[in-house]
Structure formats: C-alpha cells, structure tokens
Ligand binder design. Structure first.
Ligand SMILES: [Zn+2]
Length: 291
C-alpha cells in the first residue's frame, strides 16, 4: 500500500506530465471507482486538469475548462488505497506517470484498468485498481474544503509548527504510535514512518503519549518531518513492488533502521530489533536505543 511519500512522488510526476491536456473521452470500466456518479464521463469531456494537490494520501485534481467565463472549479479527489495506480502513456506510447505492482501493469488497458482518460493529443491516463478500494470522486469546492479540514497538521505544510505539534499531545491518553497514526490529528505518517521517527527520536512507540518530555517531543517534531521529506526526495520506499511513475524503484528502503528489520542487529547499538503488534500494526523498535 503506498504511503504519503509514494503518493507525493506520483503527484509530482503526474503534474509534470498531464496538466492542460484536453480530455477527449473517458472510458469508465467500473462504476464503483467514481462512486457510481452517472455524470462523471460526460462531465470530463472537454475539460483538463490544471493543478494537482495532495493532503495526506488524498490527491486532489483541479478540473478546468478552457472558457474564460468558467463556473467555479470542480475537484476530482483520487485515493489509491491498497492497489490503486495511475499510469500515464504519452503520444509516443511511453510510460510517463503512475505507480505499479508488476511489469505486466504496463500493458494497458488490462483487466484491472477501471478508468481511462483519453486526451485529445493521443496520450492517456489509466487508473488501475485490482482491489477496487480506490476512488475518483468529483466534489464541489465546499465539499473539498470540508474533506480537507478533516486532516490534521502535516509535515511539509504550513500548519506543521512546534506550537501545533506539542498541542496534539494535550490530554492524550493513547499510545504515541496510535496518536501519530491518527490522521485527524497529524496526517501523512504511516506505519513505516512512525516506527522510523520514533527510533530516530529515541522513544518507544507504545509509550503513553502524555508521558513524553518536552525534549522527546521536540526530537519527534524534527524526525517526523525529516523521515517524510527524506523519503519523498528518495522517491518513496519500495515495498510491495511499488514502482514510481517513471518506472524507477523508490529507494528510501535503504534508509530504514527498524521497519522490516525484526531479528537483525540495530545499526547504532547492535541489539536485536524487536517487533510486536501494537495499535493494530506491526511495530518495530530497539529496546536499547529507545526509552
Ligand atoms: Zn539500538
């Protein structure tokens, strides 16, 4: 399942390739993906994507037309969930953007292709989703705002400040890990990155959130952001055969210090990395380096 850095990599690559290409037609191969919106296909014809934003793991495309007297913008929310992938094929039939599970996914369309945006210039954007949990949903500006407001502070956004970060710990009786995974409080951090940030900050993920000292919170504030930004710059983490848009494998996996390293020696102290189930998730830590 792609995490936030992988989704950001997809966003950047799609934005570099698909903006302002006029949509000539849409092939809707499974109506569940568009939340059974009967007008999705017709609405998209003649439009183009003018911007792609992201909050957490939610991609948000601005859908525009070419008229000057344009009605208010509409947004297309896109969530990849477990197995969603965008693959862009340009006019020379080269893969340009999206993400994939196997090389076979590049032979398009295939049996898991759910939506195809055919652009006027001959290029196309494919949305594939084996499990059908992903979606492409048209929403109004008011609906977009409402949905965006459900996300908490996020590394990389203006609201990720020390004052806002320390405030999320107030009156929290949950564990640190449960708190950091709660997207309504702090968005963007998934299982991999919470474990890594806790290791770097030297705190055990199953500690009560309200037991952390100011120094520990300050370390977490820095490392929660650092792991996300580093992963984005490295192209994401290669798990479950994730391929980024240009077909290159993400390589933040080389930087992982605890995640997926249970039973192996800690790079810092040589102690064996432990793995337990906590907050419903596989949780990795070094019992020597983390307190
Ligand atoms: Zn250690």
């Amino acid at each position: 399942m792609p995490e936030m850095p992988e989704v950001e990599v997809v966003r950047r690559q799609l934005e570099a390739h698909i903006l302002n290409r006029e949509i000539e037609s849409v092939d809707l191969l499974h109506s569940k993906i568009t939340r059974k919106n009967p007008e999705f296909k017709e609405f998209m014809v003649g439009k183009h994507f003018s911007k792609i934003e992201r909050i957490g793991k939610l991609l948000t495309f601005t859908v525009s037309n070419n008229q000057t007297s344009q009605p208010e913008p509409v947004y297309m929310l896109a969530h990849l969930k477990m197995t969603g992938q965008f693959i862009f094929v340009d006019e020379n039939q080269k893969i340009g953007g999206g993400h994939s599970l196997t090389a076979a996914d590049f032979e398009l369309p295939h049996k898991h292709t759910r939506v195809v945006f055919n652009f006027k210039d001959g290029s196309a954007l494919y949305f594939n989703d084996m499990r059908l949990f992903g979606y492409l949903q048209l929403v109004s500006p008011a609906e977009k705002e409402k949905i965006w407001n459900n996300y908490g502070i996020e590394p990389g956004r203006d609201n990720y400040t020390w004052d806002n970060f320390k405030a999320i710990f107030k009156n929290r009786k949950t564990s640190l890990k449960a708190l950091l995974l709660n997207q309504k409080v702090i968005s963007g951090l998934g299982n991999i990155y919470v474990d890594e940030a806790c290791f770097r900050a030297g705190v055990l993920p199953f500690r009560a959130a309200n037991s952390l000292t100011t120094a520990e919170k300050k370390a977490l504030f820095k490392h929660c952001s650092d792991v996300m930004m580093e992963s984005i710059e490295r192209g994401g983490t290669t798990f479950y055969s994730f391929l980024s848009a240009d077909g290159k494998k993400g390589n933040f996996s080389d930087e992982l210090e605890v995640f997926d390293r249970a039973g192996q020696p800690c790079y810092k102290c040589g102690n064996i990395i432990s793995k337990i189930k906590h907050a419903g998730r596989g949780t990795h830590f070094c019992s020597t380096c983390q307190k």
